[in-house]
Design a protein around this ligand. Structure first.
Ligand SMILES: *Cc1c(COP(=O)(O)O)cnc(C)c1O
Length: 498
């Protein structure tokens, strides 16, 4: 009896053992338990079998192709997925790369509490149960001038919690100029709907006046919301209402016999230190917004604050007390490692000069361009030296008038550029910097960029720009210059060219 092409193809599928004998599998060693490796290989063969049976393809995958698929999956399983990476892109609060790097003391504190037991909810003075909020609350209040504070998972969680506690089933008024989207799924109108708050929009995209809020207030109004447009700027003919004005509108309403209305500012970035760079960028400090009288203010822990991922809510004690009792407070609470990092970062802020030195996000924001020029130049000479050791022809360009040796495979120079705050903070603010620039004789910038991302144990993320590669020293941490130079040298070692 003649068999169908499908049956032929099924019979041609390799066995599990045949796959394991393919080249490359011997290198896996003991990185993955054998039982798990077996399961992965069986899965891949099953997937191929199903494809053939369902007629998705009459052409069976080649033995080598199938083995390569198994090997790729096994390699991924055997190596860490979340790992350190080197940010040479010059975007300081790079959300894809984990936002803020922690201060050394904060890392130490995380390490300490992670290693064993801790005083997370234990009060050694009374030797009874304590509160996990006790570790940061007084610090935040001392720094911002607020009466009370609560820290939760992130600022998105903080916004949800405030709206659902104070505006559920009631009205919250927001300006049309502030209905922002902060990355994909976080949009003010959606969070309002999710929190069962009725959103009342006032004003226009570019201008909202105090009278707009006053006219919109009714018997069901519970909250006036102000959203800091941290990730974009409107320029030109614009006007918005400050937290101070909102507070005065709410007070007048109450004085005229109306209900109490809460004013809440979602401040986003969370500036704690009064630095020149924030003043230049017109970014208000949390303390200044608290001083304007806002009942509640919330902000992120890992944006301009430079700490761990968290959402910090500060404000009048009686409102924060209500939030602490909200069921979401338990669902959104911080773990001990985050609390350790947050407490230590806040403690550093007690001395603002130390904060600019020790908190990497602040140090990166404040470092002058001149310092970046020196660092870019030493990075360029170190890189040129290491690449030369790989017998690759390199031309190190000393000045703008020098165009370098065009016959070299690679030309290295230092150019003026701009760094960015990132993380949806200070969007219009150019931070002058200097970058190391790599220009290639042939088109290989993309290959080199791929290598740095995909083939190194610690990926290096630079900036690919019009066929050239840029490396901004501003976002490199101590010791990483050496790693960038070494990673580039490895690229030339492993991809020799005529
Ligand atoms: C970033 C931001 C958020 C979200 O904060 P996460 O800490 O990322 O959850 C909310 N509101 C504003 C205005 C922001 O800038």
């Amino acid at each position: 009896m003649a068999s169908s092409p499908v049956q032929e193809a099924l019979r041609g599928l390799p066995s599990v053992n045949e796959i394991f004998e393919s080249p490359g599998f011997e290198l896996l060693g003991n990185s993955i338990p054998h039982e798990l490796a077996l399961k992965v290989v069986r899965d891949e063969i099953d997937v191929e079998r199903k494809r053939l049976v369902e007629g998705a393809s009459e052409e069976p995958a080649s033995h080598d192709g199938l083995a390569a698929r198994c090997l790729a999956r096994l390699r991924l399983m055997g190596s860490p997925s979340l790992k350190r990476s080197i940010n040479a892109a010059g975007v300081i609060i790079h959300t894809n790369l984990g936002r803020s790097a922690l201060a050394p003391a904060a890392i130490e504190a995380v390490n300490e509490v992670a290693r064993g037991y801790s005083t997370l909810e234990y009060d050694t003075q009374t030797m009874t149960r304590g509160s996990r909020h006790s570790h940061y609350e007084q610090l935040i209040c001392a720094i911002t001038g607020a009466e009370a504070a609560l820290a939760v998972n992130n600022n998105a969680a903080a916004v949800m919690m405030v709206l659902s506690e104070f505006a559920q089933g009631k009205e919250a008024i927001v300006s049309r100029g502030e209905e922002v989207e902060i990355g994909g799924s976080f949009r003010i109108p959606d969070i309002m709907a999710y929190s069962n708050a009725r959103m009342i929009e006032v004003g226009t995209t570019n201008k909202t006046h105090p009278e707009d809020y006053e006219r919109a207030i009714g018997p069901d109004t519970a909250l006036l919301l102000k959203v800091h447009t941290s990730n974009y700027r409107m320029i030109g003919f614009t006007e918005s209402v400050t937290s101070k004005q909102l507070r005065s509108i709410a007070r007048k309403h109450q004085e005229n016999g109306g209900q109490e209305i809460i004013t809440y500012e979602d401040l986003g970035s969370g500036v704690l230190a009064d630095l020149d760079v924030f003043r230049l960028a017109n970014e208000p400090t949390v303390a200044s917004v608290v001083a304007q009288g806002a009942d509640i203010v919330s902000f992120s822990g890992d944006k301009l604050l430079g700490g761990p991922q968290a959402g910090i809510i500060v404000g009048k004690k009686r409102f924060i007390d209500r939030l602490k009792k909200n069921p979401l407070a338990r669902a959104l609470r911080l773990d001990k490692m985050t609390l350790a990092a947050l407490e230590t970062t806040l403690r550093i802020y007690l001395d603002p000069e130390q904060a600019v030195r020790d908190i990497p996000t602040l140090a990166m924001l404040a470092a002058p361009a001149e310092e970046m020029k020196n660092r870019a130049e030493s990075l360029a000479s170190l890189t040129a030296k290491k690449i030369r050791q790989e017998e690759t022809k390199v031309s190190l360009i000393a000045s703008e008038s020098d165009s370098g040796d065009q016959s070299a495979r690679i030309r290295i120079s230092v150019i003026p550029e701009v760094s960015r705050a990132g993380g949806g903070a200070l969007p219009m603010f150019d931070i002058p910097t200097f970058c190391m620039k790599l220009s290639f004789a042939q088109e290989e910038a993309l290959d080199c960029d791929r290598f740095l991302n995909q083939s190194l144990a610690t990926p290096i993320v630079g900036r690919l720009n019009k066929g050239e590669l840029l490396f901004d020293p501003r976002t490199l941490l101590p010791g990483e210059e050496e790693e960038v130079a070494e990673g580039l040298a490895r690229y030339f070692r492993e991809t020799p060219k005529a």
